[in-house]
Design a protein around this ligand. Structure first.
Ligand code: SAH
Ligand code: SF4
Ligand code: F3S
Length: 436
């Protein structure tokens, strides 16, 4: 029997999918990439923007003929999109070939839900809420030298545009011992780099009343033999502490790379977004980070076209880009989400204005990214080799401390190793180098 899990959305979903695959393997399924061959197909979905929904609905539609050909096929949908009631309803009425719908809170129940769907021959739905953490689920790591480890689930922040708190529930931090145990066992299988995940890792432990717990957790992860590199995301600027920045600067293993989502450079828009920091506070964090780590690589998230954003507010965002000089950024056009506060607000700008702003933002950032990449030229940097390059089979590909892709010539046996590469040429999106 074959099963296929397709993932939409963020790293947290990738990590959840690895758990679903782990459970499928324990149930005796083999994994496949081939939809035609699969007996079970699960879509693990994302709700963050409308285009995430559209993609899933499109893909679900395409599965109809497979179900017609093979009536025993079980098609399931789970994750953030499935957790929303209006979506579950729509799937129930319009996508009759979907036999299993379960939300983010029911992940741990997956084996029994799947068995129900197989045996009952009727649709199984579980989008109930439950604020537990399920420890001990099997995880199907991909065998590479880099791994994602969730340290907490949920979010308490209710940024006015964001669906995540509604689909992921309140913040729950995993116990330190569980996290450390998971990372130690990963290290034994050859993992060298871990990315610690949470919607806001800076509030790790706060649900238990702990202070600075994330910085302390990082220090302990640094002590695990075999783990050479540690990254984390995301950091909410409202909760970032000086202690965390100091820990990053002190600890060799923590990469000097920080993803610090800005969203907007206008203090007025930030207030409307319910972000709990303003332009000045954000810039003071950046200043401190740069003082402590002169080589720091900074990345961010920007939303263009938030309902209350005017041309002047957008100019404020561009001016922060010029001032901070991010290495790269993720930019999104605002997408209203059902149930969030901002979805009720009228848009101050037209679609054309927003599209034009989006383009201006990308143009400016491309110039900055190129400039920032140039500073790597001529340096010898440690690169964790991921394998053959996806774009050029003659080359190997890896990542430097800044998480930037470095392509270079070398033998495939270097995969999974950390090696010295001299950076010889920078482009906007990629670095090229030579083995030292
Ligand atoms: N917890 C993380 C963000 C997770 S979502 C944080 O706060 O940093 C990733 C990014 O998606 C957000 O940073 C934001 O830029 C974007 N995003 C979230 N909701 C959105 C919406 N409704 N429209 C457009 N972009 C959105
Ligand atoms: Fe969404 Fe804000 Fe929570 Fe991030 S911090 S997940 S943007 S509500
Ligand atoms: Fe999407 Fe859910 Fe992640 S909404 S961005 S998959 S937490």
């Amino acid at each position: 029997m074959f099963a296929l899990v397709e993932t939409f959305g963020c790293q947290q979903n990738v990590n959840d999918s690895q758990r679903i695959e782990g459970m499928l393997l324990e149930m005796g399924y083999a994994l496949t990439d081939d939809r035609e061959k699969a007996d079970v197909i699960i879509f693990n979905t994302c709700a963050i923007r409308e285009n995430a929904h559209t993609r899933v609905f499109g893909n679900l539609g395409a599965l109809k003929h497979l179900k017609a050909k093979k009536p025993s096929l079980i098609i399931g949908i789970c994750g953030c999109m499935a957790q929303q009631e209006h979506i579950a309803k729509r799937i129930k009425s319009k996508y009759r070939h979907v036999g299993l719908i379960f939300g983010t809170h029911a992940l741990w129940k997956f084996p029994s839900l799947l068995l129900d769907a197989i045996e009952q021959n009727e649709r199984v739905i579980d989008i109930s809420e439950n604020e537990n953490i399920a420890e001990g689920l099997p995880v199907n790591y991909d065998g590479g030298a880099r791994a994602f480890v969730s340290v907490m689930y949920g979010c308490n922040n209710f940024c006015s545009y964001c669906i995540v708190p509604y689909v992921r529930g309140r913040e729950r931090s995993r116990l330190e011992e569980d996290i450390l145990e998971e990372i130690s066992s990963l290290a034994k299988t050859g993992v060298k780099e871990v990315m610690l995940l949470g919607q806001n890792v800076n509030s790790y432990g706060k649900d238990r009343g702990e202070k600075d717990a994330f910085a302390l957790l990082l220090k302990k992860v640094c002590q695990i033999d075999g783990i050479e590199r540690i990254r984390f995301m995301s950091s909410h600027p409202k909760d970032i502490s000086e202690k965390l920045l100091q820990t990053m600067a002190e600890e060799e293993k923590i990469c000097n790379q920080l993803h610090l989502p800005l969203q907007s450079g206008s203090s007025k828009v930030l207030l409307d977004m319910n972000r709990h920091y303003d332009r000045e506070r954000y810039l003071s964090i950046v200043k401190k980070a740069k003082e402590l780590m002169p080589d720091i690589c900074l990345t961010t998230d920007i939303i263009v076209g938030f309902p209350t954003e005017t041309e002047e507010d957008f100019e404020d965002t561009l001016s922060i880009l010029r001032e901070v000089e991010y290495d790269s950024l993720f930019s999104f056009i605002y997408s209203p989400r059902v149930g969030t506060k901002a979805a009720e607000w009228e848009n101050a700008s037209s679609e054309e204005e927003i599209d034009a702003r989006f383009k201006r933002l990308l143009d400016l950032q491309n110039t900055i990214s190129y400039k920032k990449n140039l500073r790597h030229e001529g340096k010898i940097e440690k690169v964790l080799v991921s394998g053959k390059s996806k774009t050029d089979s003659e080359m190997l590909s890896g990542r430097n401390y800044a998480n930037k892709i470095v392509n270079f010539r070398g033998d495939e046996s270097l995969t999974g190793k950390i090696i010295d590469v001299e950076i010889t040429k920078a482009q906007t999106w990629i670095l090229y180098g030579e083995l030292v």
